[in-house]
Design a protein around this ligand. Structure first.
Ligand code: PLP
Length: 455
């Protein structure tokens, strides 16, 4: 069946384990450092914020970690997700490349985020936690966790980055529909929020600020823990169901990808797709090129420094080694709210350092142009974040055309854009401009990087 366009797995093919690439890497991750002592942190340092099961996964060296049945049961309500051959797009581009995409927009929140939200809610409930606090950028993570908390019977407070709170009222309504409480960040509810507002009353907010608020709430309450939607090892681990399914589906298609593409905010959807493939390569499998695509307005992997830094603006988190723009860097407001984080996952940063992946950045209008071209050819309107992956894949396909080589490209279409139509409206009206970050502000944020003796 040479013209198949959709590869579907059965419910019992939902993966039974998460794949941990740390077991296959040639070098371990640099340790996480306690900012007070300058020494590597231990499990007890994280216990106020996370349940022990997740802390165990954060530092695990096991290649495979079993997915608990209650989590797998929820996964089965929308997983396995489909893998499509983008025949429409191939035709429009007139490329000899074969383009495939894994579509995570079929989940209850419309993105890959529920893959980890369900797991995190399960482990918290299992350890007796009553309430979670979290941050959200565009609202994707907040709505995914709200869905998961509703399922397992947990309360949820969401600190939503101010600019998205104003731009995306429907995401907020979705969180409230699932029973969560949603607050614009910076807020008056926390010390961190009040300090920012005192200095910048009109602050557009940032993920770094919202994380400070959510961490502060969890640290101060016994029955409340914190949940993060990206960046951490256990989050990236939970996303590997995406890549494991895609490997089976590429086998069904009788093709193996030469090039993988994903967009990177904190790095979770990208890792979810690419780590199982990279693991196979590291264990002696076929070579593969892996491309991470990020916005030019918040270019941590391409322009950041690989250094120890805080994960949040108010410096409540431990120090992690990552590509960072500096924890006080506030990216300009742009529509791919999910990509406005000052740092990159330590694991993705490490993969970049080991030369296992490449990184590229694009401006938002060229990404929207790619998303519109994709929508017209394939019938799915991508999330603005996902448009970065679409743009990256299209550029690879056009390079194949130029070189006259028919490579196989697979990208992660990590979410749909049904709640982001205002951004598309702004794009069509010519109201989107390509903001670059201010070089001077970046230099200032980077000059404030903490010094760490262990380096
Ligand atoms: C949150 C989000 C992102 C960015 O987060 P990653 O951890 O880098 O995946 C990208 N796309 C969508 C649709 C999102 O919801």
């Amino acid at each position: 069946m040479s013209d198949t366009i959709k590869y579907l797995l059965s419910e019992d093919q939902v993966p039974k384990v998460w794949y941990n690439i740390l077991a296959d890497l040639p070098e371990p991750l640099p340790p996480v450092i306690h900012p007070g002592t300058g020494q590597p942190i231990g499990p007890d340092d994280l216990a106020p914020l996370f349940p022990m099961a997740l802390i165990g996964q954060e530092v695990s060296a096991d290649r495979e970690i079993e997915i608990p049945d209650p989590v797998r049961d929820v996964y089965r309500t929308w997983r396995p997700t489909p893998l499509h051959r983008a025949r429409g797009l191939e035709k429009v581009l007139d490329t000899p490349a074969k383009i495939y995409y894994k579509y995570e927009g079929v989940s209850p929140a419309g993105s890959h985020k529920p893959n980890t939200a369900v797991a995190q809610a399960f482990y918290n409930k299992d350890s007796g936690v009553k309430r979670l606090s979290t941050e959200t950028g565009a609202g994707q993570w907040g709505s995914a966790l709200a869905f998961a908390c509703a399922h397992f019977g947990l309360e949820l407070d969401v600190f939503m980055v101010r600019v998205s709170f104003d731009q995306k009222p429907y995401r907020r309504a979705m969180m409230e529909t699932f029973g969560a409480r949603c607050v614009a960040s910076p807020s008056e509810e926390t010390q961190s929020g009040r300090a920012i507002l005192a200095e910048h009353p009109d602050s557009a907010g940032s993920l770094g600020i919202a994380i400070s608020e959510a961490v502060e709430v969890a640290a101060q309450s016994d029955d409340t823990k914190y949940a993060l939607g990206s960046v951490l090892n256990h989050v990236l681990l939970h996303q590997t169901v995406v890549g494991q399914e895609a490997m089976l589906q590429m086998e069904m298609a009788g093709n193996w990808p030469d090039i993988l593409v994903g967009c990177t905010g904190g790095g979770s959807n990208f890792s979810g797709l690419v780590c199982p493939f990279l693991g196979a390569k590291l264990r002696g499998g076929a070579g593969i090129r892996v491309v991470a695509v990020e916005p030019a307005a918040c270019p941590s992997l391409t322009r950041g420094e690989y250094a120890y830094d805080f994960g949040d603006t108010s410096h409540l988190t431990p120090l992690v080694k990552m590509h960072t723009l500096g924890s006080t860097f506030v990216p300009p407001p742009f529509h791919a709210g999910g990509l406005r984080y000052h740092g990159m996952a330590p694991l993705v940063s490490h993969l970049k350092q080991l030369d296992l992946i490449e990184a590229k950045s694009y401006h938002q209008t060229e990404c929207f142009a790619a998303g519109v071209q994709f929508a017209r050819a394939e019938g799915i309107v991508p999330a603005p974040e996902a448009n970065h992956a679409v743009k990256g894949a299209i550029d690879e396909a056009l390079a194949c055309k130029e070189a006259g080589i028919g490579r196989t490209i697979l990208f992660n279409l990590c979410g749909h854009g049904h709640f982001d139509m205002q951004a598309y409206t702004d794009y069509f009206a010519g109201r989107l401009n390509d903001q670059s970050y201010a070089e001077s502000e970046l230099a200032m944020a980077l000059s404030g990087l903490p010094s760490v003796a262990a380096e």
